[in-house]
Design a protein around this ligand. Sequence first.
Ligand code: KG4
Ligand code: ZN
Length: 337
Amino acid sequence: MDILAIESSCDETAAAVIRDGREIISSVVATQIEEHKLYGGVVPEIASRRHCESIVGVVNEALEKAGKTAAEIDAIAVTYAPGLIGALLVGVNFAKGLAFSLDKPLIPVHHIRGHIAANYLVHPELEPPYMCLVASGGHSHIVKVNSYTDFETVGRTVDDAAGEAFDKAARAMGFPYPGGVHIDKAAKLGDKLKYKLPHPKTANPYDFSFSGLKTAVINLIHNAKQKGEELDINSLAASFQFTVSDILTSKFVQAAKDNGYKTIALAGGVAANSGLREILEEKAAKNGMKLYVPPLYLCGDNAAMIGCQAYYEYLAGVRGGTDLNAVATMKLDKITY
Ligand code: KG4
Ligand code: ZN
């Protein structure tokens, strides 16, 4: 079964053709990062307009690369939640128009479920049940993946998401948006133990809190500036990355241990972070857990992961109607259509 998937939840317009949920036939991602960089973050109105301009070209390119016409596709999938509402609406309305004009099934996909599914595209042996740590620009979750379409969140951020904390700390350090990747690069040149940063406490041991950590970095920079002291930005980047990675992985591995999981996975844009990958690999090995990590090209937003999850949603009977709407906020374990 070949699914044409469309993703437009934030600042990437993406389309992909996925075969039987596991094979990437084509995948095209048009990023708007260069434009949003000028403003230090995603400007929702600009994002929607760029999706409008790009979506036809991106979908055509994905079909061309797959050597298929739209009529030869078996179903159309689209990210309908969560995300920037105006950005989501572009993908949802385009997918609706295409699906109903071609008389093909329409499959609505939750964006975070898509991030989790990215691992299936490169790890054929991976199957639920397992536990997944999702760390992206908007979300940080510890999730029980009971089946391809049954999820249970046991921990989440109570304030900032991990990627958001990376981007805000990076901004204070003087890096352009999105800063996560710049912190990653700078951290390679620094000493991760040079700056002591807080490990905030949470009522639920599996929940995360990153806003205090971000504030600690901002305060440290302001204090140094006021005193005219030189800061070692590479070491600050390394210390920040190490602290975030330590918090994420300690809680995640503890949750996996407490719940008896021997198979674990990492997903989301922050999964691209080299420090996080390294620490999680060490902790998984130490605890005898098999860890699955997506390749870098499947960590950030893409439509391949949406097409993968769509296949399993399709098998579970999920279909979108002509009244399918975009939804800005939706929990991945309590979805509505
Ligand atoms: O999953 P994603 O593409 O978008 C959302 O669904 O939110 O995640 C984007 C986030 C951004 O905050 C970005 O800075 C972060 O992922 N990110 C990284 C790295 N690459 C991307 N954070 C840390 N290290 C990286 N190498
Ligand atoms: Zn995402």
